[in-house]
Design a protein around this ligand. Structure first.
Ligand code: NDP
Ligand SMILES: Nc1nc(O)c(N)c(N[C@@H]2O[C@H](COP(=O)(O)O)[C@@H](O)[C@H]2O)n1
Length: 253
């Protein structure tokens, strides 16, 4: 069993990292009207089973998979490869990575449960550099560590968000060559609009569904902040269209 040709063509395994950061694949599923979730952020299963399998193949092709704490709290994701066909050789599992300044991740989340059951890698949780007198923060750190998470403190950027530059450098020096970023909305915007560009490839599944104006849109940013894209490839998986693009001028190592 191997990934669909669509993926092996555009991600040419093994995916090559840059000197100081992993290769970054940004991916998400959206409705025809560009919504990634329902009203109040309700999780929607937009992908049909064929494109979901494609996404799980994509997960096996990356060393790590990142979501924001908004998604971790809202969806309680597993970020594993359970939709792939059974096989005798286990599939490579990506390292779960969560961006979580305040350590709000639940100690009972599925990512930590899967780690304890031996069905997932220990999550790496990136947080802010805290004041050592912040006892509540220290307690949350100790609790998550006891449950198996690796907690990594990194600086914030000028907008008081965890610095994507520091995150990517830290991942690269921890042996992560390829990172798949799955969302949610704020994370998609931060990665897409980061200067210098850090997204190597954008792979979007478009499901033939309408969500309406109460849904959560894929990006928060205005047109001027968003990169120009060059189309790389498209394919259909069941009823869904999957489009791969590369931001123009990405690639500095
Ligand atoms: N259809 C799809 O493919 C997907 C849909 N979703 C949907 O997206 C929604 C969640 O999106 P959203 O609420 O925006 O949450 P996100 O998952 O984007 O997480 C955002 C949080 O991450 C933390 N964070 C830390 N550093 C950064 C940074 N540099 N940039 C951005 N965020 C950072 C912040 O919390 P703090 O300040 O506490 O650190 C922030 O509030 C859910 O409804 C989910 O279902 C999610 C993934 C995929
Ligand atoms: N590919 C895809 N299609 C959808 O319809 C989705 N809602 C998502 N969401 C992302 O997948 C995470 C859930 O992963 P698990 O099924 O728990 O492994 C969710 O948190 C989003 O990141 N993706």
């Amino acid at each position: 069993m191997s990934p669909p040709e669509f993926l092996s063509n555009i991600l040419s395994p093994p995916i090559q990292p840059h000197t100081n950061r992993p290769h970054v694949t940004l991916t998400y599923a959206q409705s025809l009207d560009a919504k990634i979730a329902g009203a109040n952020g309700n999780q929607l299963i937009l992908s049909g089973k064929e494109s979901l399998v494609m996404t799980h193949w994509m997960r096996t092709m990356h060393d790590a998979i990142l979501v924001g704490v908004g998604t971790a709290l809202n969806d309680d994701p597993q970020l594993n490869t359970r939709h792939l066909p059974p096989t005798t050789t286990p599939y490579k599992l990506p390292r779960p990575v969560i961006l979580d300044s305040e350590l709000r991740l639940s100690p009972t989340c599925k990512l930590l449960k899967n780690f304890k059951l031996g069905t997932g890698l220990a999550p790496w949780v990136f947080c802010k550099i805290s004041d050592e007198n912040d006892e509540a923060f220290t307690r949350r750190r100790e609790t998550l560590t006891a449950e198996g998470a690796r907690i990594v403190s990194i600086p914030e950027d000028s907008a008081k968000r965890l610095s994507i530059t520091h995150l990517l450098e830290e991942l690269r020096s921890s042996g992560i060559s390829s990172l798949m970023v799955e969302g949610g909305r704020q994370i998609i915007s931060s990665f897409l609009c980061h200067k210098p560009l850090v997204v190597d490839i954008l792979i979007v599944t478009v499901a033939p569904t309408l969500v309406g104006s109460s849904g959560v849109g894929a990006t928060l940013e205005n047109l001027e902040s968003l990169p120009k894209l060059k189309h790389i490839a498209s394919a259909t998986f069941g009823p869904d269209s999957v489009i791969a693009c590369r931001p123009e001028n990405v690639g500095a190592s």
